[in-house]
Design a protein around this ligand. Structure first.
Ligand code: G1P
Length: 295
């Protein structure tokens, strides 16, 4: 039987953004712009280009700017129309026409697992993607699409992973896994044996870190409901996956592409520079400017 189609993507966006204070005191970190587009829009476009039709954003207090961003702005559209600014009007409309977006509140930031559980009613009994917008991924084939291909083949949950330096593994979920050969490649798909959230370097089973893209099946909700608070006192998605692993296989995929941790100041700067250099309207003058910097 073919795997059920993935139509929905959940974007947990209720975190407090403490890594980016003071910029995130009064504005959601998901709205910080990389060049001229909010971080979350990169993730929404990735989902859309992967064939996903419905976006579910789990928001919290002070996140109304996200809803406004994906909503129609009559005043702005009217102003741009009356001034004949067709290009800008197109950009603004493209955002609100983009996709079907629904919202659900996570009243307290109790962890990633808890945020995903909040989306249960909107997701319903079908498989879905989870996108952590902080992880901006540039790839020829959108990362979610890459994971969907693996999901469709195995009919099982799939997590995105990448190798990180051993000293960084304690910032991530980490997997213990055995490679599975798939489509002629031997070291890209893994069957997960175990997984642990933010292990100490000395206790990490590998240097394969979970990156913020997941294809999940609806049985994850029951597992989330069963786990106790873990790392940082939060309900962790990694712990729920560990629980789910007892009853079904879970896979990991070393995706192709470059990932920026845009929720971190240095990662955000790197993403900004790289994305600006690739823009045809900004790339050339920006490159010239950078060349003349005394470093
Ligand atoms: C979350 C997940 C972690 C994953 C990371 C990827 O952690 O809990 O397993 O490795 O995202 O960005 P956070 O960065 O929200 O602490």
């Amino acid at each position: 039987m073919p795997a059920a189609k993935v139509r929905k993507a959940v974007f947990p966006a209720a975190g407090l953004g403490t890594r980016f204070l003071p910029a995130t005191k009064a504005q959601p970190k998901e709205m910080l712009p990389v060049v001229d587009k909010p971080i979350i829009q990169y993730g929404v476009e990735e989902a859309m280009h992967s064939g996903i039709q419905n976006i579910i954003i789990v928001t919290g207090r002070g996140k109304s700017a996200i809803e406004d961003h994906f909503d129609v702005s009559f005043e702005l559209e009217h102003l741009l129309e009356s001034r004949g600014k067709k290009d800008l009007l197109g950009i603004v409309r493209q955002v609100s026409d983009m996709i079907d977006v629904s919202y659900i509140r996570q009243k307290e930031a109790l962890g990633l697992g808890h945020a995903v559980l909040r989306a249960q009613e909107l997701v319903g009994p079908e498989p879905f993607a989870v996108v952590l917008a902080d992880d901006v991924i540039e790839a020829e084939t959108p990362c979610i699409r890459q994971l969907l291909d693996i999901y469709e083949f195995f009919g099982a949950p799939v997590l995105a992973v990448m190798e990180v330096p051993p000293e960084s593994i304690s910032s991530y979920g980490c997997i213990d896994a055995e490679p599975v050969s798939h489509n002629g490649s031997k070291n890209k798909v893994f069957r997960i044996r175990d997984l642990v959230e933010k292990p100490k370097q000395s206790e990490a089973p590998s240097n394969l870190a979970i990156i913020g893209r997941y294809i999940l099946t609806p049985d994850i909700f029951e597992s989330i409901g069963k786990v106790e608070p873990g790392a940082g006192g939060e309900i962790q998605l990694t712990d729920a996956l560990r629980h789910l692993l007892r009853s079904r296989p879970i896979y990991a995929f070393k995706f192709e592409g470059t990932r920026y941790d845009a929720g971190d100041k240095l990662g955000f700067l790197k993403a900004t520079v790289e994305f600006a250099l690739q823009r045809h309207d900004l790339g050339a003058p920006f490159r010239e400017y950078l060349k003349n910097l005394v470093l």
